[in-house]
Design a binder for this molecule. Structure first.
Ligand code: WTA
Length: 635
């Protein structure tokens, strides 16, 4: 059985069955044959979802950068590892070979060591989408430092929260970043954040925009002169299989962001194996994922998964609309991209601008298309299929999460027949279950429920940094013995899964997960605001947009309200980030609450959706009269 290359539906079912009946044997075979280990494992899997504790490949020693870089040097030393496409379409693309990547990563690792970073230390990376970002990530992995990449669109306050939560001792950043016509002052944002971050000893700064920045004399250093002097070899630090590789923050429905902790061996095996199959990657391919490395998609499917397979992975600094809406297709044509992986929100935004932008370019190199981050609607799927895939490129709609580390449910291109809006079948080793609200599994087909996973998979997060109890409470307490994703799903007549969306208070806006709590906290900081509640409502391009229901301390006349809308959004932008701004605000006199005082977001959601005839029974509310008032105001 060739389990590493799934190339027919029959083989998929065969390997899938093996992964359920003898999971340890299957994962052991994959790990054994396709990776380099400094020492092999003593045990393949130990697990207990009641605590929860999960260990894969216990006793093994490895370094993921040996698997992503060193082992390719002999065969693929001159092959392009990273193909960098800058924001400015007139600036030349950069081809970084495996050999060059090796040198850069080793130098960077030596610089970090010289600055006192040790195995297990946390390093925050806050960078634009440039090669130095991937190099920094890999340099951390080289020396066993735990990277915590924070998306460079987050505000200073959001950055500070994340740095403090995991006590990072170093921040790696750039003077600034280019995004379309904009320049983002990254170093200035870091400076502002670090006023509140006592743990940070050192800041390393890459030059990108060449704008003037202030450098704190003891704390800050430019990277270039340090790298120039660094040696090009840095021996890999041997990591235990379960040593943390990285922390990545994701929004929760309540409270502060959760630092999901991913460990080394299982993550590597699963990211590499899913990449190979779900993108049907072959040696000469040029693969492009448009996500930012600041999200899990970038970690697993720009950096680790592709490099572990010796692939060429594109890093794009810019945005799809700059200098015009044909930028993606221009890049596809220029680099002869074979696999293209993006978010439904980008597809909707580009579809809106019309096909003329696509038709300007020869995109016939494409073989496989992918989507990730939110449910894809039928219209966007058809547009993607017709105008980008020309009906010939299978679309892999990949369902997964920061917490899962790798793709969980997705069609395998050329293997699994696709069905628009369906993520289709579980990947090898993934055992989904749909649960009813009473906590019982719903069996059979043509059923719906809350999407859980019954059995461990190698790349699942192991804990929440510093808060294992929260990890248990969030993911393992709702349905004992199961991992609960927070998503709802249905299983159709043939057993295909379709993700129906979040069942908690996380709202996905343009593919970004936003928790309602931090946004409400930001709004409530405004001196005029007494209380607020946020819900999502459907939006053409973003998928969901945010609707805020806000109670003011005193009545304001409508003229002042306009100004309030602006200042509240500015507050959200500075506390959370511009992506969390509200599209609609309604100033109300009350919010529907249960008798125990909990805001009934369900009712607000229906109102925001315009479904006021589906409110259900509101008579048990503490204050049913406010519902009518709000409806009158909104409609
Ligand atoms: C949603 C992104 C439908 C889902 C990799 C999940 C999706 C959350 C899909 C995780 C998809 C992701 N179809 N919904 N193909 N992919 N989601 O942590 O609600 O940024 O729980 O990870 O995005 O988002 P995260």
């Amino acid at each position: 059985m060739n389990e590493y290359n799934i190339s027919s539906l029959e083989q998929y079912f065969q390997v899938y069955r093996a992964s359920v009946e003898q999971p340890e044997a299957l994962w052991e075979a994959i790990a054994e044959e396709h990776f380099e280990w400094h020492k092999k494992w003593d045990r393949v899997l130990d697990w207990d979802f009641s605590t929860p504790e999960v260990k894969w490949f216990s006793g093994a020693k490895l370094n993921i950068t040996v698997n992503c870089i060193d082992r390719h040097l002999e065969q693929r030393g001159n092959k392009t590892a990273i193909l960098f496409e800058p924001n400015d379409p007139n600036a030349p693309a950069q081809h970084i070979s495996y050999k060059q990547l090796s040198e850069q990563v080793n130098k960077m690792a030596n610089v970090m060591l010289a600055q006192g970073v040790k195995k297990g230390d946390r390093v925050c990376i806050y960078m634009p989408m440039i090669p130095a970002l991937a190099v920094s990530v890999l340099a951390c992995a080289r020396i066993g430092a735990i990277h915590s990449v924070v998306f460079a669109g987050f505000s200073a306050a959001a950055l500070a929260t994340r740095i403090n939560d995991s006590d990072c001792s170093m921040v790696i950043t750039a003077d600034g970043g280019f995004r379309g016509a904009k320049e983002i002052p990254l170093k200035a944002i870091v400076d502002e954040a670090l006023e509140h971050c006592p743990s940070v000893q050192k800041v390393l700064v890459e030059k990108r925009t060449h704008t003037a920045v202030s450098m704190h004399p003891q704390r800050d250093a430019w990277l270039a002169p340090l790298l120039e002097q660094a040696a090009t070899h840095c021996p890999p630090v041997w990591m235990d299989a379960e040593d943390p590789l990285f922390i990545l923050y994701t929004s929760g429905s309540t409270g502060k962001p959760k630092g999901m902790v991913h460990s080394t061996a299982g993550y590597m095996v699963y990211a590499a194996y899913t990449f190979k199959n779900i993108f049907q990657y072959e040696e000469e391919d040029i693969y492009w994922c448009t996500a930012d490395i600041g999200w899990i998609t970038g970690h697993s499917y720009i950096v680790y998964g592709p490099l572990a397979n010796g692939a060429t992975t594109v890093i794009f600094e810019g945005v799809p609309s700059y200098p015009d809406y044909d930028r993606f297709w221009e890049i596809v044509a220029k680099h002869k991209i074979t696999q293209f992986y993006t978010a439904p929100t980008a597809i909707r935004a580009l579809a809106k601008e019309g096909e003329a932008h696509v038709k300007k370019h020869d995109i016939s190199s494409l073989k496989v298309l992918g989507t990730v981050g939110e449910p894809i609607n039928e219209e966007a799927w058809q547009w993607y299929d017709t105008y980008i895939g020309k009906g010939e490129c299978p679309i892999t709609d990949t369902w997964w999460q920061t917490e899962t580390g790798g793709i969980m449910i997705a069609p395998i291109p050329f293997v699994t027949p696709t069905n628009p809006t369906f993520a289709t079948l579980p990947f090898i080793g993934i055992q989904p279950a749909l649960m009813d609200t009473e906590g019982k599994e719903v069996h059979g087909n043509n059923v719906q429920g809350r999407l859980c996973i019954k059995y461990p998979w190698p790349s699942m997060a192991r804990t929440i940094w510093g808060d294992h109890k929260r990890y248990f409470d969030t993911y393992f307490s709702s349905f004992p013995g199961h991992y609960f994703s927070g998503d709802g799903a249905l299983r159709d007549a043939v057993g295909y899964y379709r993700i129906t969306g979040r069942v908690d208070d996380v709202i996905i806006v343009s593919g970004h997960n936003l928790g309602t709590a931090p946004i409400e906290d930001a709004i409530n900081e405004h001196p005029a605001v007494a209380e607020s509640a946020i819900v999502g409502y459907p939006h053409d391009v973003k998928g969901n947009a945010l609707f805020g229901f806000i109670i003011l301390k005193e009545q304001h006349d409508p003229k002042d309200q306009q100004a309030l809308v602006k200042t509240i959004n500015a507050l959200i932008a500075s506390q959370v980030g511009p992506i969390a701004k509200l599209d609609k605000m309604e100033f109300v006199t009350g919010l529907p609450k249960t008798r125990s005082g909990k805001i009934m977001r369900r009712i607000l959601r229906k109102i925001a959706h315009g479904q006021v005839d589906q409110l259900g029974d509101t008579s048990t509310l503490l204050n049913p009269e406010v519902v009518d008032q709000i409806i009158k105001q909104v409609l």
